[in-house]
Design a protein. Structure first.
Length: 132
């Protein structure tokens, strides 16, 4: 009897809360979670504005997200920048961008949880399962 698979978690997983994915989009939530992770490590550099920032090029992000194209990563990053959740800047002629999160711009947990519950209870069967 086989008890494991190389496709199940034996490596560092990417995790994301469903409520965050509902609030900002799945690709955006995964990228945001990864940037949040890197901001909490020694990789994050504190800049003159007092915020912690991390940098990567889109090719470098692709190494962390090999299941996406660079175009997909670009679109998700741009979406977060337009929502002003992800702040970015480019310094000099380097192709890397620096990123930080404006945590105050994130949707409230109540907003995301409300929409997640609403989606889950969209059918009578789903509502019944939630009430168990």
């Amino acid at each position: 009897m086989k008890t494991g698979s190389r496709l199940l978690i034996d490596e560092h997983p990417l995790q994301v809360l469903p409520s965050l994915a509902v609030a900002v989009g799945l690709n955006e939530a995964i990228i945001l979670q990864q940037i949040h992770y890197w901001l909490g490590t020694k990789s994050g550099e504190i800049k003159e504005d007092g915020r912690r920032w991390v940098f990567n090029s889109y090719a470098e992000w692709k190494c962390q997200f090999p299941f996406w194209s660079e175009d997909t990563i670009y679109r998700a990053v741009r979406s977060l920048e337009r929502k002003k959740i992800l702040l970015s800047r480019q310094e000099g002629n380097d192709r890397r961008k620096w990123y930080t999160i404006d945590y105050d711009a994130l949707p409230s947990p109540h907003f995301a949880e409300f929409h997640l519950r609403k989606m889950r209870s969209s059918t009578p069967q789903d509502a019944e399962m939630l009430n168990r």
